[in-house]
Each structure stands twice: as C-alpha cells, then as structure tokens.
Design a protein around this ligand. Sequence first.
Ligand SMILES: Cc1cc2nc3c(=O)[nH]c(=O)nc-3n(C[C@H](O)[C@H](O)[C@H](O)COP(=O)(O)O)c2cc1C
Length: 252
Amino acid sequence: MKLVKRSFLMLLPLIIGFGCTQKVQTPEVQNDLTMIENPQLTYVLPSPRVEGSTSVETAINHRRSHRSYMNDALTAEELSQVLWAAYGISKPLQGYPQTRGGLRTAPSAGARYPLEIYALVGNVRGIEPGVYRYDSREHKISRVIERDIKQELAVAALNQEMISEAPACLFYSAVYSRTTDRYGDRGRERYVCMDLGHSAENVYLQAEALHLGTCAIGAFEDEAVRKVMQLPEEEEPLYIMPIGKYYDVSEF
Ligand SMILES: Cc1cc2nc3c(=O)[nH]c(=O)nc-3n(C[C@H](O)[C@H](O)[C@H](O)COP(=O)(O)O)c2cc1C
C-alpha cells in the first residue's frame, strides 16, 4: 500500500506541472475527412465536437448494451466522435513522452495509456473497409489489414453476430508493460482493466448521445482473436465494441 501511495505521490509534481505550465491549447479544427495514401492508407478524421445537446445525465440514464444492428453506413464524423470519446487527446502536452501526445478523454493510472484502439471498418462513408489503428495524437487512423475481418472476428468471439452485423467495431488491446513498468503486479491485475472500463464507458455514453448503440464484448477466444486481428506479440486483446444504428429489442 505504501508503495502504491508513493508512486502516485511521485506523480504529483508531474500532475501539478500539467496544471501550472501548460496553456490550454485549442486543437486545430479539421472539418473534412482527409485521405493520405502513403506509406499506408491513413485518414485524418474530422475534428470531434466538444459540445453536444445530450446531457451526461440523459446519456447515463439511457445507456444500454445493444446486440442487434442495422448495417446502415456510419459517417466519418460519427466514427471520429466515438474514437475521440474512447481515447482522444483532450489536453495536448509536450515534454511528457509517456503520455504519447497528452492527457486523454479517459483517465489512466499514471497517464501511461496502455490501451491500443482499432477501428474495424465495414461500412463507413468515405473510408475503405479494413482494420485501422487509431492514433490519438493526430486523431487519425491507419490501415493495418486491408479487408473487413468482422465476420472472422465474430466467429472467434463465440459467434456473436453483432460483430459482423454492425457497420463498424472498436477493438481494444493493451500493451501491459506500459503500466507494469511503473506499477508491477498491481498494474497488471488492476490498473489496465480499470483504464479499459473508463474508456469503454465513454464509448457507451458517446454512442448514446449519437443515437447509436454499442456493447462491450469480452467473451472470445484469445488466440483466435489474436490471429484474426494479426496482433503484435506485445498486445493483449481485451474488448470488442460494435458501433451502429440498432434495433430496439429489449432483452430484459
Ligand atoms: C466485462 C464485460 C464483458 C462483457 N461481455 C459481453 C459479451 O461477450 N457479450 C455480450 O453480449 N455482452 C457482454 N457484456 C455486456 C453485459 O452483458 C451487459 O453490460 C449487462 O447485461 C448489463 O446490461 P446493460 O449494459 O444494458 O446495462 C459485457 C460486459 C462487461 C462489463
């Protein structure tokens, strides 16, 4: 316990430093979806909206897990908004390399940000199908697999068909060492999954505010999912979250 307290206390100057020395920065507003083809297909996403008409209370009150999706196309703005809510940079910082760009929309133990987020695109207007890695720092996605693999992923996830039905999914993995390097076993056993929960809840609430649905999916075969997603060795698969318009079928 002492050790834990100390490691958070050690962070204090860093945290206070964020507050004192960094000016609030207004990110440049990018209205359009911009495609860059070299060296890998990349889309700079439209800037997220940072104000909306749904109150946080309403979003919390209406939030549900949805398991039946229409394949209506998502817009690039919707995908951008959901990725930003998940792990976007809300306070850019220079000089704190462990944050890899700054503080984010979801909290993270020691600002280590162990999560990696992928967008699995099937039907998103203006974006080629495939698997894309999200880059929070530049709010862009870069293609790592050149086709829609949601059907194979659904099979690896105990045939949960909502994964292939939805026009897009977010996929979470984690590089545990980013957190365990500082917090050891406590980081492995607690903090990484706590971080995941914070980010995933943001996705639930943002989806709700966009009148879209999602569902946190944690039941899958790890090795099969690793293979389908072609995950690097250092990444552990954690969650799949379909995103899309949904049929309102109440299961309870
Ligand atoms: C860690 C975790 C894993 C989950 N895994 C699945 C899953 O694999 N498949 C699924 O349909 N729902 C999954 N869920 C969603 C829960 O079933 C859902 O949150 C629960 O039934 C409560 O309903 P609500 O989210 O609508 O309030 C998961 C939720 C959590 C928090």
